[in-house]
Design a protein around this ligand. Structure first.
Ligand code: SF4
Length: 81
């Protein structure tokens, strides 16, 4: 059972390659050959959310942003009011 995912976005124009993100959340951020961050995944599972939020806080360039991901597909049919 999974909740809504968190979507992570990386502004590569802001990234200065400090590497704080990859240290905080190595499952989500990696480095390209120039040492700038690249996303390994965009939809962050709940298990990695704390790590990703830590990365957001540590990024000195505020290059990482989070937004709600897709809702899990459900077929709830509740009576409309
Ligand atoms: S912490 Fe921020 S500036 Fe540093 S590599 Fe990660 S995204 Fe880029």
């Amino acid at each position: 059972m999974t909740g809504p995912l968190t979507r992570v976005q990386l502004d590569t124009g802001r990234c200065q390659g400090h590497g704080q993100c990859a240290m905080a959340a190595p499952d989500v951020f990696a480095f390209d050959e120039q040492g700038f961050a690249v996303l390994q995944i965009e939809d962050v599972p709940a298990a990695l959310e704390v790590a990703v939020r830590t990365a957001v806080l540590r990024c000195p360039e505020r290059a990482i942003s989070l937004m709600p991901g897709d809702e899990p597909k459900t077929t709830t049919s509740h009576n409309s009011v």
